[in-house]
Design a protein around this ligand. Structure first.
Ligand code: PEP
Ligand code: MN
Length: 358
């Protein structure tokens, strides 16, 4: 049965905007069953699926290709959900448009490459379609802004941002560190652009999806793009981070939705938002401090092996002078920097002491 469809503008302007679907389109049955189960929750506004998958290393599933596009079209006809796919080349833009795609998204590995973004932008000249742009994999706001500018110059006037976190080397709690402060800064610089959060690629793991989503809501994001699969454990890509459509509905229900109020509660709402930002930044500072201590411990081990004292006054002076000069440029007082570094230094010494004498 054909479903009634909302206009794409109505969907694009809905808040929160919820986009969901599998990491990858795998089979026609999987795409259609996912779409139907998502539509049945009544909580999802748009279907997503990767058709061409930019995988980090060859040998894993690289996407079904153009033959998956008619499956998305059929899923839309059956459920009324408009659909979005990731594009990275001019040919992919052409193919996706040919099969009636409603919204395009540019992936994180494409945003890093101005040549690719330009190719996509060139293919979009004269086309009236909304485009979502993921942050680049590296924490570089200029690259993200550059991609926005290239797409805007092609004449696209409905542009949205997707915050999907940033790669870092080694194991962390996240697959891609959220670095919320960068998303906040991007939002501050582009208040007219919508920004949605991709908790799937930040988390890499379904257990922490809810917490990431709550943080995004607390920071006033406009919605989510989140991966769902009818059989998450057997997904052909990103299995660990996907959930069923029904589980997504449960998570959405358990989130505390916050609004930006425009009433006399304005003051409290604004305060709450700032406090969330402060909490967020403090969490990140603590993470970084703990990394610093770990490095200090390694130095402690090295000093022990070489029978060197913990304290070298000249090095300590150098650290202080460097930080005071830097703090001054950043508007931080000498008094504060000195107190702060004293505390950090003492903590490092205590950790090194333990190592020396163990
Ligand atoms: C995706 O959304 O499936 C994807 C490939 O994401 P990203 O570009 O964020 O890695
Ligand atoms: Mn994915």
């Amino acid at each position: 049965m054909q479903q009634e469809q909302k206009s794409i503008n109505e969907v694009w302007n809905k808040r929160p905007l919820i986009i969901s679907g599998p990491c990858s389109a795998e089979t026609e049955e999987q795409v259609i069953a996912t779409a139907q189960r998502l539509a049945a929750t009544g909580k999802v506004d748009m279907l997503r699926a990767g058709i061409w998958k930019p995988r980090t290393r060859p040998g894993s599933f690289e996407g079904i290709g153009t033959k998956g596009l008619p499956w998305m079209q059929k899923a839309k006809a059956l459920t009324g959900l408009p659909f979005t796919v990731e594009v990275a080349t001019g040919k992919q833009v052409e193919d996706a448009l040919h099969f009636g795609v409603d919204v395009l998204w540019i992936g994180a590995r494409t945003t890093v490459n101005p040549f690719s973004v330009q190719e996509v932008a060139d293919a979009l000249k004269g086309v009236d379609i909304p485009v979502l742009i993921k942050n680049p994999i590296n924490p570089d706001l200029e690259l993200w802004l550059g991609a926005v500018e290239r797409v805007a110059k092609a004449g696209i006037d409905r542009i949205g941002l997707i915050h999907r976190g940033f790669s870092s080397y080694g194991n962390t709690e996240y697959r891609n560190a959220p670095m919320w402060h960068l998303a906040i800064e991007m939002k501050r610089r582009n208040p007219e652009l919508m920004i949605i959060n991709d908790p799937s690629h930040i988390s890499g793991n379904r257990a922490i999806l809810h917490d990431v989503m709550q943080k995004a809501v607390d920071l006033d994001f406009d919605g989510f793009i989140i991966e769902t699969h009818i059989d998450p454990d057997n997904a052909w890509s990103d299995a660990k981070q996907q959930v069923t459509p029904e589980r997504l509905a449960e998570i959405l229900d358990s989130i505390v939705w916050r609004k930006e109020t425009a009433t006399n509660e304005d003051y409290h709402a604004a305060l709450e938002k700032f406090r969330q930002q402060i909490n967020q930044l403090d969490d990140e500072l603590l993470q970084i401090l703990s990394q610093r201590i770990k490095v200090a411990e390694k130095i402690g081990q090295y000093k022990k092996d070489n029978n060197i004292t913990i304290l070298q006054t000249s090095r300590w002076n150098e650290i202080l002078q460097r930080a005071v000069a830097k703090g001054d440029k950043l508007g931080l007082s000498q008094e504060f920097i000195t107190k702060y570094l004293d505390a950090v230094h003492m903590e490092s010494i205590n950790h090194q002491n333990k190592i020396m004498n163990s």
